[in-house]
Ligand binder design. Structure first.
Ligand SMILES: CC(C)(COP(=O)(O)OP(=O)(O)OC[C@H]1O[C@@H](n2cnc3c(N)ncnc32)[C@H](O)[C@@H]1OP(=O)(O)O)[C@@H](O)C(=O)NCCC(=O)NCCS
Length: 150
């Protein structure tokens, strides 16, 4: 089901920063990606269409918590289920690492992302006023609890 989702690494950083620049006004730099990957501070998964990186997700895992740091899909590849596939694969990978809960923040105006996260069962747990440096928008904080295994 997730055959086309691959783990990305340092060799993919140029493609990642190009995709980020297309999708975000305020985006990660090459150095941030390289540092995070070299320190294993986060995991990056992606989907390619031949040579084109069409979408990616970055998340961290610390003890039993996962945080979604970013997710983006190239504009012409949107609404085809790529973000859903990347998120589902990430959650499945986290379950194998005994992660119990997931957190993220999202701009209050980002309807596509809000809808995506709600669809996966994330619930709003708080607001950070004027959180984002680029737009001074509020951040909504979301949490997802992984299903418990008996
Ligand atoms: C948010 C984003 C990653 C969604 O990617 P996508 O591949 O188009 O999403 P999918 O096709 O997998 O859609 C999955 C669900 O997300 C929601 N969704 C996606 N795009 C949507 C839109 N334009 N309007 C409303 N809901 C949307 C829907 O719930 C959808 O489920 P459905 O198809 O059953 O309705 C993409 O719009 C994007 O890259 N946006 C810019 C970057 C960004 O804002 N990232 C989020 C940072 S928090």
């Amino acid at each position: 089901m997730y055959d086309d989702v691959v783990v990305l690494g340092e060799k993919d950083v140029q493609d990642l920063i190009e995709l980020e620049a297309l999708c975000f006004a305020y985006h990660w730099t090459r150095e941030q990606f390289l540092l995070g990957l070299s320190r294993k501070a986060f995991v990056v998964l992606g989907i390619r269409d031949r040579a084109v990186l069409s979408g990616y997700i970055a998340f961290s895992m610390i003890e039993d918590e996962m945080e979604i740091l970013n997710i983006a899909v190239r504009p012409q590849y949107r609404r085809r289920g790529l973000a859903a596939k990347l998120l589902a694969k990430s959650l499945a990978a986290c379950e194998e690492h005994h992660i119990t809960k997931s957190f993220l923040d999202v701009k209050i105006s980002n309807e596509p992302a809000l809808s995506l996260y709600r669809k996966f069962g994330y619930k709003k747990i708080g607001v950070r006023k004027k959180y984002y440096p680029d737009t001074k928008e509020d951040a909504l904080l979301f949490r997802y609890d992984f299903p418990t295994k008996d």
